[in-house]
Design a protein around this ligand. Structure first.
Ligand code: PSV
Ligand code: MN
Ligand code: MN
Length: 424
């Protein structure tokens, strides 16, 4: 399934006059509009291969039609997303769910869709068929060296797969921890995990990064061995300069001040990047921006401020990825919504009057500082996002185009109504 350019152009033409009116209205108030548009165009958000099927919950899975049956079809789906919004130019693979049979052919297919391979994800939270050791009691933390060795070897294999594909980073998320007091010696678990991570780190090529993701609970319910940003930072600092802390928005205790975490990790030069999603209760993996868009804006405000302070390139110096998937919506529509929410928050952060904010902070003008942030947040920047997409060759309204061009109907015709994608 390919999105045909002439059909997309026809769709855009119908919306053009209305779009121009809305764009000019907002652009008139934005001093740095060309800069904002350029940055939006450059900003690419990787799509995780496991988000292209309807997600699993612990209680059931209700597959939609036309789900991708293979890695090739997952790449095709990301190609559809990228054709529509020109902002999804990368895919993140999970091994062993997505092992390529022929790396060159997979690379060529991805290149045809304008995609590169983002971070590779290892999996030591599920037992694999035929594997001699079980991860029931953890992987890199395990008391038994044979289990640790198996998990280390798997991560090294994932790095090798990534080298073949041109990826430059490995994301390690561990389910390791304990569910009952007394089950684990915390210090012992930390030390074994660190030792295992050191062996993985030693196998990283010079131009690779290791992203260590933290999560406060689940699947373990008493302790997690990489539970929060402090613990992740402790590991990555001990590992070396190629190791960074990855922030998944859903992996915090309720009401955590994630924007402050982001600011300090940036300050330390240890922020790997993001897994974007939204949540109300826990690691809900809901559509980005669907529950708390103001928090997302505040995070982007810190990102823009902190990256600019360090002279970083917004588009390339951190890893940007979505980690969301659930049961109810068409996964491609869900991802289009997530990407748009990220772009909106980013655009709003770009139009914050930074000089005025610094001046207000200097004189402790609390009300004015809040006004400055809320002025940006309450600006309807959707036409800026549409304009960036249009200029890059995408759709003014990606979801509208997806429906008008009947992409899902075509995928169902091609793949069938009962297909199930591999993933969580
Ligand atoms: C589990 O919480 C999780 O969502 C982590 O965030 C990982 O990034 C992802 O699964 C895939 O392994
Ligand atoms: Mn994640
Ligand atoms: Mn998660």
């Amino acid at each position: 399934m390919q999105v045909e350019k002439y059909k997309l152009d026809g769709f855009n033409n119908d919306l053009l006059a209305d779009h121009k009116r809305r764009f000019e209205f907002v652009a008139a108030d934005v001093a740095n509009v060309d800069d904002v548009l350029q940055k939006l165009e450059a900003f690419q958000i990787a799509i995780p291969s496991w988000a292209l099927g309807t997600g699993g919950t612990r209680f059931g899975r209700f597959s939609g039609g036309g789900e991708p049956r293979s890695l090739e079809e997952k790449i095709e789906d990301v190609g559809v997303l990228h054709a529509l919004n020109k902002s999804s130019g990368a895919i993140s693979l999970h091994i062993p769910w997505d092992i390529p049979q022929n790396h060159q052919a997979i690379k060529t297919l991805a290149a045809q869709h304008g995609l590169r391979f983002d971070a590779m994800n290892s999996n030591t939270f599920q037992d694999q068929a035929g594997a001699p050791e079980s991860y029931k009691f953890g992987s890199l933390q395990h008391i038994d060296k044979a289990v640790r060795d198996q998990a280390i070897a798997h991560n090294i294999e994932v790095i090798k797969q990534g080298i073949e594909l041109g990826s430059k980073s490995l994301t390690v998320w561990l389910a390791d921890g304990s569910s009952f007091p007394g089950q684990l010696n915390f210090r012992g678990a930390f030390e074994r995990t660190l030792d295992s991570l050191k062996q993985i780190y030693a196998a990283l090529p010079d131009d690779w990064k290791l992203y260590l993701e933290y999560k406060c609970y689940e699947p373990n319910f008493y302790s997690t061995t990489v539970a929060d940003w402090g613990q992740s930072l402790l590991y990555v600092t001990k590992l070396g300069p190629k190791a960074y802390t990855l922030v998944d928005l859903g992996h915090h205790l309720p009401n955590a001040n994630i924007e402050q975490i982001v600011s300090l990790l940036l300050m330390e030069g240890r922020l790997a990047g993001f897994h974007f999603n939204d949540s109300k209760y826990g690691d809900d993996d809901l559509t980005v921006g669907s529950i708390n868009p103001y928090q997302l804006f505040l995070i982007f405000n810190e990102l823009v401020e902190g990256m600019d302070a360090r002279g970083m390139n917004h588009a390339t110096d951190l890893g940007w990825m979505i980690d969301a998937s659930h049961n109810l919506k068409d996964p491609i529509e869900d991802l289009l919504q997530s990407i748009q929410a990220i772009q909106i928050a980013y655009a709003q952060a770009l139009i914050v009057d930074k000089e005025a904010l610094v001046a207000a902070q200097k004189v402790n003008d609390v009300a004015l500082a809040q006004e400055i942030l809320q002025k940006a947040y309450r600006t309807d920047v959707r036409a800026l996002v549409s304009e960036a997409s249009l200029r890059a060759g995408g759709a003014i309204d990606p979801i509208g185009a997806y429906r008008k061009l009947q992409v899902r109907e075509n995928l169902i015709k091609e793949r069938g109504a009962k297909t199930v994608a591999t993933g969580l």
